[in-house]
Design a protein around this ligand. Structure first.
Ligand code: PEP
Ligand code: MN
Length: 356
């Protein structure tokens, strides 16, 4: 064998040796990633990286320059970090990869996520006992079992009606008991969650709070179904991660709700991202609802959007109903009155598989 061949053979041997070492290092990095996951931390640690680089450079006798060595090792570190990330993504608790079967959320005996669509109606805001009871009566008359109503209203203007607060939750509880309905209401601050669980059956986290991480963690710490709405400008990945915040704290009873996202289009209040429904169904095991009211802001679009949502596999629909929308204290232009609600239900039932 020529001298050149011998040298090349040795380089080949070293390449294989390096490959083994790099992969051995990768396995250790993965192991570290799993330990970090159980501790609830995942993050790039610059201090650790600096000390690893210093140790390497201290041991560098050349011929490579320190800067070259640093560059090579930074690439190895980066690849390791990517591996940890992938491991973490694969392991998202809300993902289908983690749990292939559908999650079914039980709300006072009503099962959300079984394939039978569930419909949630009610006023935008709780305004009075009579107002909520009137809608509850209409909901009950149709054989429906779920009612919505906001007691804490996150309004765009601080001068608009902010909701009745605890008084509103008490009204919801009274109506829920009298009509045997499950009630859903939005909570906006972590410190109200403990109180809210005594009054309502589902805690809603609204679009404006989808990335209020302290609220998500507080919602994850209670034993109560959570309805999480997609943020106004949230990507699907951010939405899924928001749900993960809740589940990471131990509460897996999560219902996702697509409610439209902000785009340049002004014909509708928001743009209903209908493709989010099958994507969320594929990527997560959680039930997915569509709020046709806030996504469109238009009464004339409630029915077609509800049909579209069910056609693409939504587990249910949410829409606002008010006894007299013209005098509603919030969202007066988009809520259905009782007659419109009757028509909506009749048409939805005649044109889809919705049966109640
Ligand atoms: C609501 O459902 O009452 C509401 C305020 O909706 P969103 O958070 O989706 O705007
Ligand atoms: Mn509303």
């Amino acid at each position: 064998m020529s001298n050149l061949d011998q040298l090349r053979n040795r380089v080949d041997e070293l390449n294989v040796e390096l490959l083994k070492l790099i992969n051995e290092r990768a396995r250790l990095v993965q192991e570290i990633g799993r330990v970090k996951e159980t501790q609830g931390v995942y993050r790039y640690d610059p201090v650790r990286e600096r000390s690893m680089l210093d140790l390497i450079k201290d041991n560098n006798d050349g011929p490579f320059e320190n800067s070259t060595i640093e560059h090579i090792f930074k690439e190895i570190f980066k690849a390791g970090l990517e591996l940890q990330k992938d491991d973490h993504r694969k392991a998202l608790l809300v993902s289908r990869k983690k749990k292939p079967e559908d999650t079914i959320v039980d709300v006072k005996g009503v099962k959300v996520g079984t394939g039978t669509p569930q419909l949630i109606f009610g006023p935008c805001a709780v305004e009075s006992y009579e107002q909520v009871a009137t809608v509850a009566e209409a909901v009950k008359a149709k054989g429906l079992r779920l009612l919505r109503g906001g007691a804490y209203k996150p309004r765009t203007s601080p001068y608009d009606f902010q909701g009745l607060g605890l008084e509103g939750l008490k009204i919801l509880k009274r109506v829920a008991d009298e009509y045997n309905l499950g009630v859903i209401s939005e909570i906006v601050s972590p410190q109200d969650i403990e109180t809210a669980v005594q009054y309502i059956d589902v805690i809603q986290i609204g679009a404006r709070n989808m990335q209020n991480f302290e609220l998500l963690k507080a919602a994850g710490a209670v034993d109560k179904p959570i309805l999480l709405k997609r943020g106004l400008s949230a990507t699907i990945e951010e939405f899924i991660n928001a749900a993960e915040y809740i589940m990471a704290q131990g509460n897996g009873q999560i219902i996702l709700c697509e409610r439209g996202i902000r785009t340049y289009e002004r014909a509708t209040r928001n743009t209903l991202d209908i493709s989010a429904v099958p994507i969320l169904k594929q990527e997560t095991h959680l039930p997915v609802l569509v709020d046709v009211t806030h996504s469109t802001g238009r009464r004339d679009l409630l029915l077609p959007m509800a049909k579209a949502a069910l056609a693409v596999g939504a587990d249910g629909i949410m829409a606002e109903v008010h006894p007299d929308p013209a005098v509603a204290l919030s969202d007066s232009a988009q809520q259905m009155n009782l007659k419109q609600f009757d028509d909506f239900m009749a048409e939805l039932q005649s044109s889809t598989h919705v049966r109640v």
